[in-house]
Design a protein around this ligand. Sequence first.
Ligand code: PAD
Ligand code: ZN
Ligand code: ZN
Length: 376
Amino acid sequence: MATAGKVIRCRAAVAWAPGKPLSVEEVEVAPPKAGEVRIKIVATGICHTDEHILTGSFPNVEFPVIPGHEGAGIVESIGEGVTSVKPGDKVIPLCVPQCGKCSFCLNPESNFCQKCHISEPQNLLPDKTSRFSCKGKQIHHFMWVSTFAEYTVVPEYSVAKIDAAAPLDKVCLFGCGFSTGYGAAINTAKVKPGSTCAVFGLGGVGLSVVMGCKEAGASRIIAVDINKDKFAKAKELGATDCINPRDFKKPIQEVLTEMTGHGVDYSFEVTGHADTMIAALASCNMSTGVCVMVGVLNSGSEISIDPMLLLTGRTWKGTVLGGWKMRECLPKLVSSYLEKKFNSDLLITHTLPFARVNEGFELLRAGKSIRSVLLF
Ligand code: PAD
Ligand code: ZN
Ligand code: ZN
């Protein structure tokens, strides 16, 4: 490409300080160094985790920063030594890398690469420098992806090459929301056919959990949300019952236990609130129930539980990106999408030009969108 080796000036949404709206700016994006890939981002979704960044409640983030982690694009140029992708390839940048070398990458049961942001900050690229600047200031990367930029630079092991036929404005959701929810049911909980499930929170991630439970053959999927406007979509995607905790006087865990006899087989927390985390745990069967924590609690917050909840046999676990080893699994997930095994397009309620990024966040906060996709 004509731009290879040159600094590219393009648009990006910069979060200058916590609690401020994003500012669409012209930024400079330096060429990729050895082992890095520069990607032209075509589409990016807005995930609730980006909201945590804007409010400064996600661990290890440094400002100013270019957020965004649910994107898809085309390789513009590659640094020295890069072999797995070439200019023109369609790719999804990965907010959980797969370095292939650490003990978790080598363990078939883990997808939590030790180069993940939660163990090692990813505000700068691995050589501890940034490829972004704006108005003479260095801008930080976010989780090595920063998809709220028209061009971004990521390490080679944070990129998955996908089928050239994939529509980027749709499969961008695979960078986080869809893969997380769908995988939480299939990989993390390993939902069994004929089982009962409860999903707390019906945003883009929670509805993807509903899809995963359905795909796994669950016979009852109880969708729980305080916003009843989410129920129609939940039913369309496979929920058998929809309940609003605000419609009941008793705690929702008691309602779910009564509905199912002894509690559900699998419960999923996908709101990021302390009280629903405890409710989700208490909603699953006290002996064999599995509760999966997907939601991100504000950084620094804590919850306390009665250990009796676990003593009787419940399993309480978390998931990052739905347990997928992203570099090897994402291309297969995209192929399944192309084969119409599931329809993640139903999660996209709004498509907006990139300049309207703040409006996309307003829609999310107001509970009016599931996923807004921004197009460059
Ligand atoms: P979203 O804001 O689109 O959806 C959250 C939903 O929860 C909304 O429908 C709310 O109405 C609902 N809700 C809020 N409070 C309650 C309550 N008390 N009871 C029931 N429902 C409630 O968010 P999202 O789907 O983009 O993300 C959901 C969470 O998952 C969020 O915390 C995000 O940070 C986290 C996440 N985790 C991972 C991971 O890898 N673990 C990946 C992506 C997102
Ligand atoms: Zn996300
Ligand atoms: Zn690794």
